[in-house]
Design a protein around this ligand. Structure first.
Ligand code: ADP
Ligand code: F6P
Length: 492
């Protein structure tokens, strides 16, 4: 069984969701998250095929080609798949485990069975569309068994796997009753990519600990410099599997498509600030509404700064845009109600009639509107408890190529490794977030040269390391490891 596509991306979700308008008609709308933001420009460049779930249960529309030339191949998931695979094992077991147990994961063997079955289902779909010898990039934690299944089903394929979220320490990971199966599934790939060297080290340590099942690991990781760049390092290593294959394991920090981040017109930015009442300082948060993102902590920080007088409610506003996410899962419901209660309370305490201090949108907004928000914001707040990378931080920096603005960034977001000139904070410590916010606001007023220097340094970093560099280094690693011509060496 093989198809005609030489380049296939497979992810849990398609880049568009099939949604129903109020009048009952259907439309495709952009799906949420950083994975789609990063991969979409790469797929357009390759004119490849994207295999994924269309966002609704029990429906699989026929494959179709988008106006950008990408072939979309929907995978049908039943309501039981959605509950056991997506809401259950992916987002109530793996998600909290991989984000360092911010909430307690549930270990449920029925969910695990459905996770396996759905990974098998995705494998059949990929086998159907991928040409002989095609390159297949498997994405993220929902599909970790897929590399191993595809290796059995279609040994001709070149398989890369990329994880878009953190990989936790081995001591945490060992809680997972199915740890060996997952490691074995991942090692079906030719190359495994993670955002950060620390996630690579965590994976290698886990592989060493379960090596009885998964094969051996060859020595210490080698450190490599990314082309022309001394600051961000790839850490690469080779794992030898039980069947003697060499698997490259390395860090490839994902990024954004800078070309897609054209600044909005000055009038649009001025108009938005006008709508907000022309405050002296505009703070901004943009996230999926996820408990990992630290939105509540950000709001509590803002409230305390208003209360203490460190920020003046007559001169500052906070815009918070939160995309609805995984809304039936209990912890997401709790996170939403806590956020919305805090927004109401803060406005109740500090707003004037017709002039809220927190402007809150609980919906997805078009990319051009989002760019206007980024451009209008003096201070961007990214306060995630844990985040694999965080593309929002990079998108904000991309819109401030003139050196304006400042970024408050959690030290637990992967982006902090690259954007080290941000005002870093510990999101578990409200005092630390407060200090970072006050310093960022103060710098814009009193130390504009220093603030500008920081922003320009971060902008250079994002410009030189966009998603196209990520894609080309991942692609060349997959090509060299699948040919095994560099076997025994570090992946590049
Ligand atoms: P995650 O993948 O966990 O959602 P990232 O920060 O890496 O987090 O990526 C989020 C992506 O979703 C970014 O590209 C951002 O622009 C987009 N996004 C977040 N919130 C919204 C929103 N309300 N409307 C539109 N796009 C959004
Ligand atoms: O990168 C994390 C991620 O879970 C992606 O896998 C996913 O596409 C995105 O966030 C949005 O999550 P979901 O598909 O569960 O709405």
């Amino acid at each position: 069984m093989s198809g005609t596509n030489n380049f296939v991306v497979v992810a849990n979700r398609l880049p568009v969701d099939l949604t129903t308008r109020p009048d009952g008609t259907e439309e495709w709308t952009p799906s949420p998250g950083g994975l789609v933001a990063a991969l979409w420009p790469v797929l357009q460049e390759h004119q490849g095929c994207w295999v994924g779930w269309p966002g609704v249960s029990d429906i699989a529309p026929a494959s179709f080609r988008t106006s950008e030339g990408v072939l979309l191949h929907p995978v049908k998931l039943t309501q039981a798949d959605f509950e056991g695979f997506y809401e259950g094992f992916s987002n109530a077991t793996l998600w909290p485990l991989y984000h360092d147990l911010i909430v307690q994961p549930t270990y449920d063997s029925d969910w695990w069975e459905v996770y396996r079955e759905v990974n098998l289902k995705f494998a059949d779909e990929v086998a159907e569309v991928a040409a002989e010898g095609a390159t297949v990039w498997v994405q993220d934690y929902q599909l970790q068994l897929l590399p191993g299944i595809l290796r059995q089903l279609r040994p001709d394929l070149k398989i890369g796997f990329f994880l878009h979220i953190p990989f936790p320490g081995a001591d945490l990971y060992r809680q997972l009753p199915w740890r060996e199966e997952i490691v074995r599934g991942l090692l079906g790939a030719d190359v495994l990519g993670f955002h950060l060297p620390s996630y690579v080290s965590n994976f290698l340590e886990l592989t060493r600990q379960v090596s009885g099942e998964t094969g051996s690991h060859t020595g210490q990781p080698d450190e490599l410099l990314v082309e022309g760049e001394a600051k961000i390092r790839e850490i690469g290593a080779t794992v030898t599997t039980a069947d003697g294959r060499k698997v490259g394991v390395a860090a490839f920090p994902i990024s954004i498509d800078l070309n897609a981040m054209q600044p909005p017109a000055d009038e649009d930015v001025a108009q938005l600030r006008g709508v907000l009442g022309n405050p002296e300082t505009v703070l901004l948060g943009v996230d999926r509404l996820d408990y990992t993102k630290g939105i509540l902590q950000r709001l509590l920080t803002f409230e305390e700064l208003l209360e203490s007088g460190a920020l003046d409610p007559a001169k500052v506003v906070l815009m918070q845009v939160a995309t609805p996410s995984r809304e039936r899962i209990e912890q997401y419901r709790v996170a939403r109600s806590q956020v919305e209660e805090a927004v109401g309370r803060i406005n109740g305490r500090f707003a004037q009639m017709g002039r809220p201090v927190v402007h809150y949108l609980h919906r997805s907004i078009p990319k051009n509107e989002l760019r206007t928000l980024y451009a209008a914001a003096d201070v961007m707040l990214v306060t995630a408890f844990k985040d694999g990378m965080n593309l929002v931080a990079k998108e904000y920096v991309a819109l401030h190529g003139d050196g304006s603005g400042s970024l408050v960034l959690s030290e637990f977001a992967g982006a902090a490794v690259e954007l080290e000139q941000a005002y870093l904070c510990n999101p578990h410590d409200l005092e630390s977030i407060k200090r970072a916010v006050v310093t960022a606001v103060d710098a814009l007023e009193h130390y504009p040269d220093s603030a500008r220097e920081r922003m320009l340094a971060m902008h250079d970093q994002v410009r030189e390391h966009d998603v196209h560099l990520w894609a080309s280094s991942f692609e060349s690693s997959t090509a060299s490891f699948s040919g095994q011509e560099t076997a025994g060496e570090s992946p590049r």
